[in-house]
Design a protein around this ligand. Structure first.
Ligand SMILES: NC(=O)c1ccc[n+]([C@@H]2O[C@H](COP(=O)([O-])OP(=O)(O)OC[C@H]3O[C@@H](n4cnc5c(N)ncnc54)[C@H](O)[C@@H]3O)[C@@H](O)[C@H]2O)c1
Ligand SMILES: O=c1ccn([C@@H]2O[C@H](COP(=O)(O)OP(=O)(O)O[C@H]3O[C@H](CO)[C@H](O)[C@H](O)[C@H]3O)[C@@H](O)[C@H]2O)c(=O)[nH]1
Length: 328
């Protein structure tokens, strides 16, 4: 039997590169399609690389016809909440127009399975926690809105055309490849855990904490941190679900537990032996106070069970990329 092949848009990025590695280990060839705006060429090591833009529909069709993938995993997007508030045009263009371009290329070439990177940002400020998939999606920033539009596009294309999809609503991706091959390399880096590790390592003078006056137990925002290796495994499971004829579905990918920023910093101090120097700033625009998942549906539908998503393992795998030793 010929090995399955998957087109991985955004496969040079953080979550995409970890997923490409796992696909290869699982006997599936990842064909990475990425314009390298935030991704790294050096992170593409487990299959062919094509440099291209998802907005370029003609090129997408050429690449799909050349490689004949069985499915697409669609990571490529702009993905910063704060930036999306300042520059919504960039987000509507890349995330909405880009996804439309990709879905049309799939339709024209007969690719009928799509796995999509959605986000807990589509829920906005939920009335009830934990967040299950029936929670109303009312995003409060342009980034989350573009992810929600893309989810709607998938559902409408699935209803009208021969398309099957899984939308995966990740909570906060973090950590690094447990074997040390890949990490989170963004420039500039904006996410909490890498910024905190940079501060602990002395690469930046301090971590800015955006808001200490939220209605949470210690005043800082609460998030559900899911290890990137667990996210990668969910994509393999989602592909197998579609390959055996499983139905269209949107699933939360989280642990079910929320941690405050201060709790994350405490774990970094314990594991690395370095305190994180901090300064407190105003709230960042577009940030909900607390987000954590009810992750039961992904478990029941895909058999998804996080293995690496405790804060200690997250910090242990990520810290070496910032030159920090971890305590045994
Ligand atoms: N990091 C998180 O916590 C998180 C949480 C929820 C959802 N997501 C989603 O997961 C996906 C991957 O996120 P990430 O953290 O790995 O981000 P990333 O920036 O590391 O990866 C995105 C990749 O897409 C590529 N890309 C962007 N626009 C493109 C375009 N027009 N054409 C081709 N390639 C393009 C980039 O070069 C990059 O390699 C995104 O869709 C993001 O919205 C991320
Ligand atoms: O230097 C920093 C960085 C972050 N934060 C705070 O830490 C929390 C986590 O922030 P991140 O930027 O690490 O991640 P977000 O919670 O903004 O994640 C959002 O954006 C991600 C993509 O970047 C995902 O889509 C995710 O689902 C969505 O909630 C937020 O309260 C943020 O204000 C700081 O205090 N200081």
């Amino acid at each position: 039997m010929v090995a399955p092949r998957i087109l991985v848009t955004g496969g040079a990025g953080y979550i995409g590169s970890h997923t490409a590695k796992l696909l290869r280990l699982e006997g599936i060839e990842p064909v990475v399609y990425d314009n390298l705006t935030t991704g790294n060429r050096s992170a593409v090591r487990w299959g062919p690389f094509v440099q291209g833009d998802i907005l370029d529909g003609r090129r997408l069709i050429e690449v799909i016809e050349a490689h004949q993938p069985d499915a697409v995993i669609h990571f490529a997007a702009s993905a910063y909440v704060g930036e999306s508030v300042a520059d919504p045009a960039k987000y509507y263009n890349n995330n909405v127009r880009g996804t439309l371009s990709l879905l049309d290329a799939c339709r024209q070439t007969g690719v009928d399975k799509v796995i999509f990177s959605s986000s807990c940002a589509t829920y906005g400020v939920p009335a009830v926690l934990p967040i299950d998939e029936a929670t109303p999606q009312a995003p409060i920033n342009p980034y989350g809105k573009t992810k929600l539009v893309a989810e709607h596009m998938l559902a409408d294309y699935a209803a009208a055309f021969a398309l099957n999809y899984v939308s995966l609503r990740y909570f906060n991706a973090c950590g690094a490849d447990p074997e040390g091959d890949l990490g989170e390399w963004h420039d500039p880096e904006t996410h909490l855990i890498p910024r905190a590790l940079m501060a602990a390592a002395g690469r930046i003078p301090h971590l800015e904490i955006f808001g200490e006056d939220y209605d949470t137990p210690d005043g800082t925002c609460v998030r559900d941190y899911i290890h990137v290796a667990d996210l990668a495994s969910a994509h393999v499971l989602a592909y197998r679900h579609l390959a055996k004829g499983g139905g269209n579905v949107a699933l939360n990918l989280g642990t079910g537990r929320g941690f405050s920023i201060k709790e994350v910093l405490r774990t970094i101090g314990e594991i690395t032996g370095h305190d994180v120097p901090v300064v407190f700033r105003r709230r960042r625009a577009g940030d909900p106070p607390a987000l954590y998942a009810d992750a039961g549906l992904a478990c029941r539908t895909l058999g998804f069970l996080p293995r690496y998503s405790d804060l200690e393992t997250i910090v242990r795998t990520a810290a070496p990329f910032f030159g920090l030793e971890v305590r045994s």
